[in-house]
Design a protein around this ligand. Structure first.
Ligand code: ADP
Ligand code: ADP
Length: 229
């Protein structure tokens, strides 16, 4: 049984009499422990689809299910609960609190989660064991993003959704961030959907969905997936 299933999802944004058809019938299934990459040109609907999967936005038509929960039938407060209990988000910008150390930034989440891991454990998973007492300004961009990833996984979400997590990083630094995500996917079994342009990811993903004009134009199974060291 899939973790996510999307059936013919459409999304129309309206402002005044202007309509933008951001999604024009997207169907896909994501399986337990899968690492899926959403590719495609800017404006092809990737963020819109990821936001709908994460309960940040509602589809206009179609059905999206997370296990037995039909997200497309949820109220705003049900979606809030879904996001809080099941989903970790990573965005392009890290949004760390500058006056708190890496450890303290992660602990903000673990203090309110139901069954969190220890902040130190989360930071160790992303390779920042030696940097736990550093403040964001003392960390590189890639390290700050890894703190943001530690923060996202510390509540042990079943799903991790990442929107251009390496978008603000050079491609070399980005690789470390992607490897941290891959490691989490392997060691915790977190089902992961990821928007990225970083070519390195396509080697460690299980499947790549290529978006074009609000549709999935191609689905590629990665037969030569490389397990990073
Ligand atoms: P991406 O880097 O994925 O291309 P964008 O820069 O297109 O992201 O959009 C960033 C955010 O701004 C999106 O999450 C989306 O909700 C919002 N957005 C994008 N396009 C529009 C628009 N035309 N009107 C209002 N909000 C938009
Ligand atoms: P991608 O992530 O592939 O860059 P998006 O999902 O951000 O694509 O955007 C798909 C289309 O929907 C674009 O034309 C974008 O301008 C539009 N769009 C996205 N968010 C909004 C919004 N909040 N309001 C209006 N239009 C939006």
């Amino acid at each position: 049984k899939p973790v996510f299933s999307a059936q013919d999802v459409t999304k129309v944004y309206r402002s005044g009499d202007v309509e933008v058809h951001a999604l024009r019938g997207v169907s896909l299934e994501l399986f337990e422990g899968e690492m899926a990459v959403l590719l495609g040109p800017s404006g092809s609907g990737k963020s819109t689809f990821l936001n709908i999967m994460g309960g940040l936005d509602q589809a206009t038509r179609g059905t999206v299910r997370f296990r037995d929960l039909e997200l497309t039938a949820c109220s705003e407060s049900q979606l809030t609960r879904y996001r809080r209990n099941h989903v970790g988000f990573v965005f392009q910008f890290y949004n760390l609190i500058p006056s708190l150390t890496a450890w303290e930034n992660v602990s903000l989440v673990t203090e309110i989660a139901r069954d969190p891991m220890d902040p130190g454990e989360a930071l160790e998973l992303v390779g920042l064991k030696e940097r736990m007492q550093h403040f964001p300004a003392q960390l590189s961009g890639g390290e700050q993003q890894r703190v943001a990833i530690a923060r996202a996984i510390a509540k042990k979400p079943e799903v991790l959704l990442c929107d251009e997590p390496t978008g603000a990083l050079d491609s070399k630094t980005g690789i470390f961030v992607l490897e941290a995500l891959s490691r989490i996917n392997r060691e915790l079994g977190t089902t992961t959907a990821l928007i990225t342009h970083n070519a390195g990811i396509q080697r460690i993903a299980h499947r790549v969905f290529s978006f074009l004009d609000g549709r999935i134009a191609e689905t590629r199974v990665n037969e030569t997936r490389i397990e990073p060291a």
